[in-house]
Design a protein around this ligand. Structure first.
Ligand code: NAD
Ligand code: ISE
Length: 332
């Protein structure tokens, strides 16, 4: 599978390396970025060509499938261009930052009559989350009633603003909880504690999302993106007869200098390295045998409808209903 990648930033570089080295049956043949120097630096070790624009890359006859790892607001136009060109596209989360753009993608893909879009919700490929899913599906804790989640980053840059905890960060929990619980969210509220003094005054951080599912289960998500100490992802589900908790990454317990301690992972590439490998391998395999089988454009759209409602909830202080249309038969 000859792949073209758009957006050679942090995760773009990671995915080029992964697709060139660890994923079998894939080769990155072309990359593009609005910063051509950055594109050249990422292209060189992979032996890929640098193409001037995203549009040229999508139209490039050698490119059979596209990976979009540009900034969120650029995703919609690039994914729509891939659909128009009839090329499969793996788009990093969020599929779109605005739900209306997601609807346009759903319409375009259905008009094309074939699934072309997969969204980079890699937690569905993480061994820990997959083990939780197995416990829930076999009824190991009875019906799930509550989920407690925390999504912590050590720091975020100055450009990270107060809508991003929902649109860019909690979107992971929103997707993975939709998947684990097997239902949609019905409403969301955002409450904000005192903000940390450790980062930029413009940013509301931390924030707490309080979500309710259609069946009445409750999910709380603490998003704290300048927690200083590490990249820490927590998830515990409380069911009628027990609880199940996401395991922390395996790390040795060190006893020294009067302390027993384990290291905390510092970034997403380390925390989810294996999940990204499985995600991209399964994507490439699915393309070779037909259509993408992972998180769909519907999943990307449904998650963005919730993040957009959460943005409104923070701004208004209200409990905001999640206004999701019926899932089209195409995605069932
Ligand atoms: P980044 O800022 O490091 O990289 C983005 C790159 O895209 C930059 O090099 C920028 O120049 C380029 N770019 C922006 N607009 C473009 C356009 N219109 N055409 C071509 N290139 C363009 O950001 P990042 O951290 O690598 O994030 C990129 C995407 O990946 C975001 O959607 C982000 O949410 C997602 N992401 C996902 C995960 C995950 O855990 N799955 C982790 C990090 C980032
Ligand atoms: C980033 O884009 C990611 O997806 C990371 O997994 C997340 O932890 C971070 O908050 C986002 O900005």
């Amino acid at each position: 599978m000859k792949i073209g990648l758009i957006g050679t930033g942090w995760i773009g570089e990671e995915h080029v390396r992964r697709l060139s080295g660890r994923v079998s049956g894939a080769e990155v043949v072309a990359v593009s970025d609005i910063d051509p120097e950055r594109a050249a630096a990422v292209a060189a070790p992979a032996g890929a060509r640098v193409v001037a624009t995203a549009e040229e890359l999508i139209a490039d006859p050698e490119v059979q499938a596209v990976v979009v790892t540009s900034w969120g607001p650029a995703h919609a136009g690039q994914v729509l261009a891939c659909i128009e060109a009839g090329k499969p596209v793996f788009c990093e989360k969020p599929l779109t930052t605005e739900a209306a753009d997601g609807l346009r993608i759903l319409e375009a893909e259905q008009a094309r009559g074939k699934r072309l879009v997969q969204v980079g919700f890699m937690r569905r490929y993480d061994a820990g989350y997959r083990a939780i899913k197995a416990v829930l599906d076999e009824g190991g804790i009875g019906a799930p009633l509550i989920a407690h989640c925390a999504h912590r980053n050590p720091t975020q840059p100055e450009s990270y603003h107060s809508d991003k905890p929902m649109v860019d960060t909690a979107v992971h929990e929103i997707d993975v909880l939709r998947w684990l619980l097997g239902e949609e969210f019905a409403s969301v509220q955002v409450v904000v504690p005192r903000s940390t003094s450790k980062r930029f005054p413009h940013l509301v951080d931390p924030q707490i999302l309080l979500l309710e599912t259609e069946s009445g289960a409750r999910v709380d998500v603490e998003v704290f993106v300048n927690c200083q100490y590490g990249y820490d992802i927590q998830c515990e589900i409380v069911g009628e007869t027990g609880t199940v908790r996401l395991p922390d990454p395996a790390a040795p317990l060190v006893r020294s200098a009067a302390r027993a301690s384990t290291a905390v992972v510092q970034d997403f590439p380390s925390r989810f390295a294996d999940a990204f490998d499985v995600e991209l391998q399964e994507w490439v395999d699915s393309l070779r045998s037909g259509e993408p089988a992972g998180p769909s454009a519907w999943d990307g759209y449904a998650a963005t409808v919730v993040t957009n409602a959460a943005v409104e909830a923070r701004r208004t202080g209200a409990v905001v209903p999640v206004d999701l249309p019926e899932k089209p038969a195409f995605y069932k």
